[in-house]
Design a protein around this ligand. Structure first.
Ligand code: ZN
Length: 500
């Protein structure tokens, strides 16, 4: 038995190395590669990814897993070995159930769909994208069928991002959230708009960059085990727990882009830097799910980085860096500006409150299409009606409406809920952290972030992928996925900001 586990671990180590080597190339492509490298790099990455996939889906791995599952059937679920077998078997199942021909078909379909999405969006005309989107949904339905009978075909797709989570669970949690957020947005919209012109002044790029680096090191990001580079679409990537990199972008005329984006990616990076090094070169050396990953980035970005406590400490320093822009702006005005709520068409630019309405809207449409209640041709009308209901104003055209986001053209269906799950879970974890260690609030007021990070390391980070997201939430908080703490947080914070 030990032999088989040893063999499995050796094989998984090679799979991990190939995947991480591909990740280095992908990082370089975004951060440094000159445009001329694109074609050659695409080949190199594809070769590594296909070797990785081939090695992982090899028949012998399936045989070892079948035998090991039997061996470890009665082992304690917390044991590293049992977890490794369980998590690897799950991943193996997902990797082998969808036939290679279908994967290739999806890859061709999304390349085509993406081109037509770009054109349709330019012309603000959904009709140009419709047949391609129709095809994407049909192919995703085929993928779902590969996993056998499910409560909803959506479950099979969601499982790829949020293992074990069901559409019905998400639907229930989102319904509760929507009931509370829609009136909150209406109440805020009825109040005088916050003035955020001060954030749009001229902010020297290098100074923004340096201030961001100063902040995130104080938050606990270890530059001996990470680095930051500039890209167009920021992300965090990890090659091992000793090398976790973040990327950011700088907008000279909008201060939050660099600073809040940098803190967001740092939240992701702190998670990756906190994974247990013992899990390295195995599938356990990963996040529990995208939603859990996002809970970490949102916690640092919003609960910490957009809090009054945070700015009490950092605002004088920011004023010293940009005296000409902020010298005459008081803390309260700045705090209101960075917490401005305003319904917009664009999810990625949305504030903390309206953000969730964007993801819910798309989730509801995806589920309805996959469950056969909504035809793809009717998406724009449904989108516009829902948008009007949730945000309180009209969609002007398809580009501002259902063509607004890139995900569908890339074949990503079932992905959107993870953003809002991240928001919900961030508050569940944060509340628990403060309950377990009440001194955390005072520490944050003093600009000390170590106690919060320590709690996250112990309760969330070090477990890696050992537990399913819902199991992890249960272990950490004693309850299931619950939007109530998040709703309470939003109401508390924004009632104060907007004097509701
Ligand atoms: Zn994120």
């Amino acid at each position: 038995m030990a032999d088989k586990l040893k063999q499995l671990k050796a094989a998984l180590g090679e799979v991990y190395d190939l995947g991480k080597a591909a990740a280095v190339l992908e990082w370089d492509q975004q951060a440094y590669m000159p445009p001329g490298g694109a074609a050659g790099r695409a080949e190199q990455t594809a070769t590594l990814r296909s070797l990785e996939h081939g090695k992982f889906t090899a028949a012998k791995i399936g045989r070892w897993l079948t035998e090991l599952k039997k061996e470890y059937r009665r082992a304690a679920p917390e044991s590293d070995e049992a977890a490794l077998v369980r998590v690897t078997a799950r991943a193996y199942d997902r990797a082998t159930k969808v036939p290679a021909a279908l994967v290739a078909e999806i890859s061709r379909a999304t390349t085509l769909a993406h081109e037509h999405w770009v054109e349709a969006r330019r012309q603000k005309n959904f009709k140009l994208f419709e047949p391609y989107l129709e095809n994407i949904f049909a192919l995703q339905l085929k993928v779902a069928k590969c996993f056998g009978k499910q409560e909803s075909p959506y479950d099979a797709l969601l499982d790829g991002y949020e293992p074990g989570m069901k559409a019905s669970q998400v639907r229930a949690v989102f319904a509760e959230l929507r009931r509370e957020i829609v009136p909150l947005v209406k109440a805020i919209s009825a109040r005088p708009e916050s003035d955020d012109a001060l954030l749009h002044r001229d902010y020297a790029e290098q100074k923004q960059w340096d201030f961001g680096l100063e902040v995130i090191q104080k938050l606990g990001y270890d530059l001996q085990r990470g680095r930051q580079d500039k890209v167009v679409h920021p992300f965090c990537t990890s090659f091992n727990t000793g090398d976790v990199r973040i990327t950011t972008r700088v907008d000279k005329n909008f201060l939050p882009t660099c600073l809040m984006g940098t803190i967001h990616e740092t939240g992701h990076a702190l998670y990756e830097q906190g994974l247990d090094p013992r899990f390295e070169r195995t599938p356990l050396c990963d996040s529990a799910s995208l939603g859990i990953h996002e809970s970490q980035s949102r916690m640092w970005e919003n609960l910490v980085g957009r809090s009054r406590a945070f700015w009490k400490i950092w605002y004088p320093r920011l004023q010293a860096v940009f005296p000409e822009n902020l010298g005459g702006v008081d803390l309260d005005t700045f705090y209101r500006a960075i917490n401005k709520v305003k319904p917009s068409y664009i999810r990625v630019e949305a504030d903390e409150v309206t953000y969730n309405l964007h993801t819910m809207l798309r989730f509801e449409i995806e589920v309805d299409v996959l469950e056969g209640r909504l035809a793809v041709k009717d998406i724009p009308a449904t989108w516009n009606a829902k948008y009007n209901e949730y945000f309180g104003h009209e969609v002007t055209d398809d580009a501002a409406g259902c063509l607004q986001d890139v995900h569908w053209s890339m074949g990503l269906v079932g992905y959107f809920p993870t953003y809002t799950l991240g928001n919900i879970i961030s508050v569940q974890f944060y509340d628990q952290a403060v309950k377990d260690n009440p001194s955390i609030s005072g520490d944050l007021e003093r600009g000390e972030y170590g106690s919060l990070l320590k709690w996250l390391r112990e309760n969330v980070h070090r477990h890696g992928r050992k537990y399913l997201p819902t199991e992890l939430i249960k272990r950490v908080t004693g309850s299931g996925l619950d939007s109530k703490p998040y709703i309470a947080y939003l109401k508390r914070k924004y009632s104060e900001v907007y004097g509701l």
